[in-house]
Ligand binder design. Structure first.
Ligand code: ADP
Length: 448
């Protein structure tokens, strides 16, 4: 087992990884920008190294500085968390070349899944059904028009290097297409330095269903069930739940089996998530995330498996030690992502935290690096806390979630807690009756 792990991240996820390490008796090294010297993950880690100024490109994305920090502190592994360098194949390769273990899949698998076109090809080869669309990149406006015509509208233009919902534009008519094509390309260029796009049929009322996978270095593969992440704003997840209210036992069994078979075929190892759209009883692969996900705690809540601990064990070469039939599911879990944002306009709201009180009690978990007096910096993602609630049934979970949201106090910055308070009392949400467009429509309606 590792003696010391460097955590190449910040915020709640750095803390989450630190907690798993501490429970396993592994020492931790925090890295941080100058804006984060007072952050909770830095305070709790055994050692910390400042790796640069506030902008992420100079600190949390600075590969050489992070590897140097691991070398001088004698860390034997690096956990990348999510975001930042977690899906950067060159970084994973550099880490391994320096004799340090990268806690995640191989650089080849990260590279394969990081490009959405090669990912769809690989998924198709591995037996996964994909959203109908272009067979590769769409290079010209004329090509886009021809393809959209033969596929039928509406269509979605997506960035090959995409992530975080950027570089994604839909078109319902031929007049909208050229504009969507141009905007998607320029957005992709600005966000990823790569303007390449591809095209998919735009599904009108699907759910976003994703399957959590664990695979060790010895050929064992299990899935930990699904998460329903259909509640989104601007293609970004807002609230996630497990299991999905939209799946029956048959559909659940089928997608779990197909996902595990694909992972075996790909020879993938460590934790990963296969993302699908689900409409009219059919699953369509959209992408694979080769890392830990923000919403992993809902899965942990219903199956009692510490996913970060498993990632570390797998990276150290340990066998999973259990089979699919050993994975037991119990009850229902919901996660609310709480952002430092105006709940109406979604404008970021950085600032100093005043009063701070987290909810507690049975089945309530809060993952957050906040404390009273902490200064939320303006340089990074606005998510400041995750509230995860578990109950014996979906109804019990909802009752508990309302109670927990009511106890949560975060003063000094605006937060999206009021949005969640509204959401958990909406009839459609209570009935589990929503698709990926539902929340956006509701938000647009209240703004307009
Ligand atoms: P990113 O990597 O930018 O998050 P994804 O491919 O994972 O992009 O898609 C993000 C979200 O965009 C999905 O959860 C879904 O809501 C929406 N989306 C993606 N593809 C389609 C599609 N073909 N039709 C309708 N919505 C889609």
């Amino acid at each position: 087992m590792f003696d010391k792990i460097l955590i190449a991240n910040r915020g709640e996820i750095a803390l989450r990884i630190h907690r798993a390490c501490r429970e396993m008796g592994i020492k931790t090294v925090a890295v941080h920008s100058t804006a984060d010297h007072d952050a909770m993950h830095v305070r709790l880690a055994d050692e910390s190294v400042c790796i640069g100024p506030p902008p992420a490109r100079d600190s949390y994305l600075n590969k050489a500085a992070i590897i140097a920090a691991a070398t001088i502190t004698n860390a034997d592994a690096i956990h990348p968390g999510y975001g930042f360098l977690s899906e950067n194949a060159d970084f994973a390769q550099m880490v391994e070349e320096h004799g340090i273990c990268f806690i995640g899949p191989t650089a080849e698998h990260i590279r394969m899944m990081g490009d959405k076109i090669t990912a769809k090809h690989a998924a198709h080869e591995a037996g996964l059904p994909c959203v109908p669309g272009s067979d590769g990149a769409v290079e010209t406006e004329a090509q886009a028009q021809e393809l959209a015509h033969s596929m039928g509208y509406p269509v979605l233009i997506k960035a090959t290097a995409g992530g975080g919902g950027k570089g994604m534009k839909h078109a319902h008519t031929p007049d909208q297409l050229i504009d969507a094509f141009r905007t998607a390309r320029s957005e992709a260029k600005a966000a990823f330095g790569n303007s390449e796009v591809y095209m998919e049929k735009y599904l009108l009322a699907p759910r976003h269903i994703e399957i959590q996978i664990l695979a060790d270095n010895h050929g064992a593969v299990v899935h930990l069930g699904e998460r329903d992440c259909s509640l989104q704003r601007r293609h970004q997840k807002v609230l996630e739940e497990a299991p999905s209210p939209a799946l029956n036992a048959d559909a659940r069994e089928r997608i779990g089996r197909v996902a595990c078979a694909a992972i075996r075929k790909l020879g993938y190892r460590n934790a990963g998530t296969l993302e699908f759209l689900y409409e009219n009883g059919e699953f369509y692969f959209i992408e694979m995330n080769t890392r830990l996900q923000v919403e992993h705690p809902v899965t942990e809540a219903i199956c009692g498996i510490d996913i970060v601990r498993e990632q570390i064990r797998i990276a150290a070469g340990a066998p999973l030690g259990y089979e699919q039939s050993d994975v037991r599911f119990s009850g229902h879990a919901i996660e609310c992502r709480i952002n430092a944002e105006d709940p109406q306009t979604f404008a970021p709201s950085p600032g100093r935290i005043g009063g701070f009180h987290t909810p507690g009690g049975l089945g309530v978990r809060v993952d957050s690096g906040l404390y009273s007096g902490y200064q939320v910096p303006p340089h990074y993602d606005s998510m400041i806390a995750k509230l995860i609630v578990h109950g014996g049934s979906r109804n019990e979970c909802l009752m508990r979630l309302r109670r927990a949201l009511g106890e949560f106090v975060i003063e000094g910055v605006k937060t999206t807690i009021p949005l969640h308070n509204w959401l958990v009392n909406e009839a459609d949400f209570i009935n589990g009756d929503y698709d990926i467009h539902w929340l956006q429509k509701m938000v647009d309606r209240s703004a307009g």
